[in-house]
Structures are given as C-alpha cells and as structure tokens.
Write a protein that binds this ligand. Structure first.
Ligand code: SF4
Ligand code: SF4
Length: 432
C-alpha cells in the first residue's frame, strides 16, 4: 500500500510537469498562423505507416539507418512493458497485462531482446559521436550545448535499458518458470546470478523503481531536448505537407486581390477581414504551427545538410540550422509574447538568427525536405523569409528585383516587350 501511495504521488508530479510543458507548447501553437487544411486522412495514415512506423526514409542509409530503425521498433515493444509497469504500480499488481496471454509473452520476449539490442546500439552511437567525428554531426549550428544534450539523452536511454534488463533479471530469478519469456535476462541470470531469493527480490525492486523514475525524468526532459523527436516524429509525419514539395503556398490575401483585379464584382470572403497582414515571415510569430512542430521534431541528424548543394559548395546555408534557429527564437520570444502581445525586443528571426546570405544561398531544390526522415519542410521557412524581404522590404538582390519588374511589365523575366519575343527567329524563316 505504501509503495502504491508513493508511486501514485510520483506519477502525479511527473504527469503535472509534463502537462505543463505540453500546455506551453500548445499555447505557442495557438499564437501561430494556420498552415494548410488537415484533410486526406487516408493518405496521411499511409504516410504514417510507411515513413513513420516503416522508417522507410531512414532505411535509405542501409547500415546506420537499419540500426536507428531497430532502436525505434525496439522502443515500441518496450513501451508496452512501461504501460504495464504504470498499471502495476498504480493498482498494486504484478504483470497485470498477462491476461493478454500469448500476446503478452511475445511482447515481453521482444522487449527483453530489444532492451539488449538497444543497449549495444546506444554504446555504438555514443562511441561514434565521441570518437569518430562524423561530418554529419558537425557544423556552426552544432554547438557544445547541442552535443552535450545528445550525449546526455543517449546516456539516459542507456540507463533505461540497463535498469530494464536488471528488473527482468530479478524477475526471472524469482520466477524461474517464466525464464523462457526473457531470453537475454535468463541468460545473464544463468551466468552471473547470486542464488538468494532475498537478493533477487531487492534487485528486482531497485531496478523497477530506477526504471520507472528514469522514464518519468526522461519524459520531462525531452520537451527541452532535441530528443523531443521521440514524441514528435510520428505526429509530424502524420501532419506532413501532402502537396508536391516544390509547390509554394499562395497567400490568400494576394489571391483575393488578384481575383478582384480580374473581376471587381468578386466578393472577398468574410474570413479575410481588412486587417493588416504580414507578407511572409520576419519573426517566428509570422510562421505557421507546422514550422514550429517541424522545429520541435528535428533530430539534428544532419541528413538535410549533408545533401544540400549550397552547403556542399561551401555556402553559409545549413538547412538543419534553420530548424535549430526557429526553435531557439520561439523559446526566447514566445514567453514574452504570451504575456504582452506588443512585446518587441528589437530582434527577429531574420538577421539576428538567420542571415540573408543563408537565405539567398538556397536553390530551392528541396533535397533537404526529400531526405529528412521525419518529413520536415525546410524550404518553406526560407521561402517565407524571402517573401517578407521581397514583398515588405523590396530589398531582394538587384538581379531578382530586375526580374520581378520585367515579369510585371513584360510578362517574362527578360527586358524585352512581348512584341519583340519572336525576333530571334526573324532570320530563320520560321514565321513564314
Ligand atoms: S531537419 Fe530532418 S534531416 Fe535535418 S537534421 Fe532535422 S531531422 Fe535531420
Ligand atoms: S532546398 Fe535549399 S536548403 Fe534545401 S537542400 Fe536545396 S539548397 Fe539546401
């Protein structure tokens, strides 16, 4: 009973802190603009199964992709055991979900196996990070803090797996008839175990508490870490942009103006009141909820930057940095903006975080969005920043300004009137 009480109190504290963090994120989302209609759910579910659960994008890198996918699938199996621990702890039960029979046994078996596989893989990932200086993990945006965050989160996962295996070992030693359901733990028990029922019970309990407390700590650390993708990856894939990557979003307001120019009797829908609207994005609050959840989902894996032609040819642009900058600026500005809608710290995402040199280095090839394993749409941030520079500041590079003027005046990017368009063919007798 005492254990139940202490456990319930711990769950209450952990859940309250977690919901406080999630509520803050939700309030931030509410301050941002809409992105696109959330429709075509069949297509979205297909994406979720394919890119989310199937990890198809990450598997494009055969070896390291497969190892990462193993960690993801392993987590799904282990999650079942964590849910069972929660029920057991709250109601004072033991293995409460064993009523599921063979399915329970299969999930316990795979959870034990995956705990060991993940433990080994995390050791590999940690050594790779610390000793091998992988180019993908380097760049101006990869500061000491980001490396420390990644190492800390990986260490937490390592401890989670150690405590899970420890708990299973204690359980197997106490319930030898269940040994076959825990293949790795029973192997370790047969090799290392001290044959004493008291020791087994205490060992199991210590690891049970260590594991569940680590889960609570990890869940509350994640919203402030790049490892928040553990929660955000699947929702972000589900809410992906479904249009072709290269398709730009129209601005409703501009579309309405054009319609009015073509037909002055056209009505402007009431959803477009005569309010002053920002063209493009200068700061984070001009972005959409999708920009924000993209920034929360970024795993900082660097796959986008590793295929970016601008980055590969030595330009300042790194698509991963755009997401890190967006999240950092959200964290900096949003708490103030929630308290005071007119808050202005004389800073902005454009210029203070992302420079114009970075923005204009982009070729809009969309290779970054194509490669991203969690379907992040980097070019839309770049296009919105450019849209602001173009439409509000009129400060685009001179060549682009000239091109725009030509399109406006001549209907083509060149400085010739439409009547001269076929002059090049004069001597070729094509028109005769
Ligand atoms: S944007 Fe996507 S590909 Fe780029 S670092 Fe983040 S998760 Fe990786
Ligand atoms: S769209 Fe821009 S940022 Fe993305 S890969 Fe191409 S050049 Fe790089």
């Amino acid at each position: 009973m005492i254990k139940q009480l202490i456990f319930s109190l711990t769950v209450l504290i952990a859940a309250s802190v977690f919901f406080y963090s999630v509520r803050n994120i939700w309030l931030n989302i509410k301050l941002l603009k809409p992105a696109y209609p959330l429709d075509r759910w069949n297509q979205r579910l297909g994406l979720l199964l394919n890119v989310g659960f199937g990890q198809t994008k990450i598997l494009r890198f055969p070896l390291i992709g497969f190892l990462h996918a193993l960690v993801f699938w392993g987590f799904l199996a282990i999650l079942f055991g964590s849910a069972e621990m929660l029920i057991d702890g709250l109601f004072g039960l033991e293995k409460s979900l064993s009523i599921l029979g063979i399915a329970h046994k299969a999930l316990m078996f795979s959870g034990d196996l995956f705990a060991f596989i993940i433990l080994i893989l995390i050791l590999v990932f940690l050594s790779r990070r610390m000793l091998m200086h992988v180019k993908r993990f380097e760049g101006i945006e990869m500061t000491h803090k980001t490396h420390k965050d990644a190492t800390f989160a990986l260490t937490l996962i390592l401890l989670l797996m150690v405590s899970l295996l420890g708990m299973n070992m204690g359980y197997v030693a106490n319930h030898t008839s269940h040994a076959s359901i825990y293949p790795v733990s029973s192997l370790f028990v047969s090799i290392f175990w001290i044959d004493s029922p008291e020791f087994s019970h205490v060992f199991e309990q210590i690891n049970w508490w260590a594991h569940i407390l680590l889960i609570f700590f990890f869940a509350n650390y994640l919203p402030y870490s790049k490892h928040f993708h553990v929660f955000m990856s699947l929702p972000n894939v589900l809410l992906s942009k479904l249009e072709p990557l290269t398709q730009m979003s129209n601005m409703d307001r501009v579309t309405q103006e054009v319609k009015l120019m073509l037909d002055p009797s056209a009505e402007i829908p009431s959803s477009h009141p005569n309010q002053i609207e920002r063209f493009g994005m200068k700061d984070v609050e001009d972005g959409t909820w999708k920009h924000y959840i993209d920034s929360l989902t970024c795993t900082q894996c660097g796959r986008c930057t590793s295929v970016c032609p601008a980055n590969l040819t030595g330009k300042m642009l790194s698509p991963r940095k755009l997401l890190i900058d967006y999240r950092a600026r959200m964290n900096e500005k949003m708490p103030h903006l929630k308290a005071d809608a007119n808050f202005n710290d004389q800073k902005s995402l454009l210029d203070d975080y992302i420079s114009r040199e970075e923005i204009w280095a982009c070729t809009t090839c969309n290779a970054c969005a194509q490669e991203c394993p969690v379907n992040i749409d980097h070019p839309s941030i770049i296009l919105e920043l450019r849209r602001y520079i173009f439409m509000e500041e009129s400060k685009a590079p001179s060549l682009l300004n000239a091109m725009s003027t030509n399109i406006e005046n001549n209907g083509a990017p060149w400085q010739y009137p439409p009547s001269d368009r076929m002059k090049w063919a004069d001597q070729l007798y094509i028109n005769e």
